[in-house]
Design a protein around this ligand. Structure first.
Ligand code: ADP
Ligand code: MG
Ligand code: ZN
Length: 515
């Protein structure tokens, strides 16, 4: 048994391959999505992100005595559309419930949520994996609730409550509409469990974006994932695997990037295995994910539903969408994900392999928006996947949150296509954009980057290099075209890299009678 203590004195973990040999992982994913309605779930307060603290509040979302909530109809429509997109049944009648617990950032001391009567239930989402296979993620329910406020811990080194000397609370977020989408326990993913988790959240993000119900910005918290993981003993005969009862789960909270979802599930699997191998049992608790160290640490022991003393919300009328309304909303569904993928692949002229790479990189929407902003499909793929994906993964960031926008990529690609920049200049521009120097156009202008397209200047350099290298020139004249590379390199150097290599080659071959 290879049990190792992780970095920084973290808990012991087992090698991943060994986890898979001994155990069968089971996952449950809870995704909270903040809806982009103009107003909050139960009051008319604005929902814009980044306003001055406590400027978007009123007696209802502050939970002042006697204030009465009213359900936001647009939020209900969005919740139903999410349910429909996830192939769920839509409740004919459902209620809100009070989930009672104390948190300083929750002014009412209960969260208005839904409990045993969710608006949508029993659905699924088919998720494509890297090898082209499809994994069906069964959805248990999608329910409506409200967000909490935000605590800010001041005076500590880490921004966490530990070590802080005081805390501030901003209630602007309190009462923002949320939909929580909860999967059934997902079995059968085996060693691909972490990949399934990431692919599911990515597919869900794209679907919610296509529905236009949320900004789905993981780094801003408008899409948040909690990952439940458990292990059970692996049976020799896979057909009997589902007879084995589920193990105890842990719930890793607020994993705020796609990459972290994958890493957190994987880490918890290796940690659970070490606990189970030692003969101990897993404590049902929440865990905190640490992006920097790649480990989870113990949070709080998880309450059972009983502890929340759920009861139906007496201040709100039930929600009873008519079947006509549901059908009206069904008519507003965007095209299904697989149709959409086929259409985009066709429009963009990508091979199956290229399309899969784009999907695995989580770049479909980025490319779609880049193309809409004027990039060529080939260029958009080249910049997002070739250059930016590599750098984002080196920094442990998701492509979508990386600081380069689809508009930037379109601007860059346009400069390359129009012959203003060559690829190496374009990479230089990207570096500067990532360093915060401005848009690609602004960077290229500020640095005076412009391919020398002036044939006169290029011709002079070509003539000079040919004159200085008579032997190489003779080889090219004799038809040894590879020899031209050395001349092209020298001309490029003369031009300080700001020239089009194909153009130089053309000029050299024309001079030496080899074209
Ligand atoms: P909680 O209120 O504790 O967050 P939820 O029902 O909202 O409970 O979510 C629990 C999630 O964990 C669901 O996605 C569920 O499918 C999943 N789950 C339940 N039991 C297990 C288990 N033994 N192993 C892994 N996941 C589980
Ligand atoms: Mg939950
Ligand atoms: Zn309010």
């Amino acid at each position: 048994m290879s049990t190792a203590t992780g970095a920084n004195g973290a808990e012991p973990v087992v090698d991943y391959a060994e986890v898979i040999r001994t155990y069968d992982p089971v996952m449950g994913l809870e995704v909270h999505v903040e809806l982009n309605t103009a107003t909050k779930m139960f009051c008319g307060c604005a929902t814009g992100f980044g306003a001055e603290p406590n400027t978007q509040v009123c007696p209802v979302c502050l939970g002042l005595p006697g204030a009465l909530p009213v359900v936001n109809a647009a939020a209900v429509d969005s919740a139903i559309r999410i349910g429909l997109a996830l192939n769920c049944e839509i409740a004919t009648w459902c209620r809100f419930a009070r989930k009672n617990y104390f948190y300083p950032d929750m002014p009412k001391n209960f969260q208005t949520s839904q409990y045993d009567e969710p608006i949508a239930f029993e659905g699924y989402l088919d998720v494509e994996l890297a090898d082209g296979s499809t994994f069906r993620v069964d959805i248990e329910r999608a329910h409506m609730e409200e967000d909490t406020g935000k605590s800010l811990h001041i005076g500590g080194a880490t921004g966490r409550i530990h070590g802080a000397d005081h805390s501030l609370v901003d209630y602007n977020r309190a009462g923002i509409p949320l939909v929580e989408i909860v999967t059934k326990p997902l079995v059968g993913a085996g060693d691909r469990a972490p990949e399934v988790a990431k692919a599911y959240v990515a597919a869900l993000r794209d679907l919610l974006k296509a529905l236009k119900v949320s900004d789905v910005r993981m780094e801003q918290g408008s899409l948040r994932c909690d990952a439940n993981v458990s292990l059970r003993a692996k049976t020799e005969d896979p057909l009997t695997q589902n007879d084995v009862p589920l193990g105890t789960r842990t719930e890793t909270k607020n994993v705020n990037s796609l990459r972290s979802v994958e890493r957190a599930v994987r880490y918890e699997m290796t940690r659970h295995a070490a606990v189970l191998n030692s003969g101990a049992s897993i404590l049902q608790e929440t865990r905190h994910w640490h992006e920097d160290t790649g480990v989870t640490t113990s949070g709080r022991v998880k309450s059972d539903a009983d502890d929340y003393r759920y009861f139906p919300e007496p201040d709100l009328v039930p929600v009873a969408p008519t079947r006509e309304r549901v059908e009206e909303l069904r008519a507003t569904m965007p095209e299904p994900p697989d149709e959409r993928r086929r259409r985009l692949q066709n429009d963009w002229g990508y091979s199956d392999m290229e399309m899969r790479d784009v999907m695995n990189a989580g770049a479909v929407i980025l490319i779609e928006e880049s193309v809409a902003a004027g990039a060529t499909p080939a260029g958009a793929r080249k910049w997002w996947l070739g250059e930016l994906a590599r750098r984002a993964s080196a920094e442990g960031r998701d492509l979508a949150d990386f600081g380069v926008t689809p508009d930037d990529v379109a601007e860059l690609d346009t400069m390359v296509v129009s012959g203003r920049l060559n690829d190496s200049m374009a990479r230089q521009v990207l570096d500067a954009v990532l360093a915060g120097e401005g848009s690609p156009l602004a960077v290229a202008d500020a640095r005076g980057l412009m391919l020398v397209s002036d044939d006169g200047a290029l011709s002079i350099a070509v003539d000079a290099v040919i004159a200085a290298n008579p032997e190489v020139a003779d080889k090219v004249r004799d038809g040894k075209l590879q020899a031209a590379g050395a001349l092209i390199g020298q001309v490029m150097k003369e031009m300080k890299g700001q020239a089009d290599a194909a153009k130089i080659r053309e000029l050299i071959l024309a001079r030496l009678g080899s074209s």
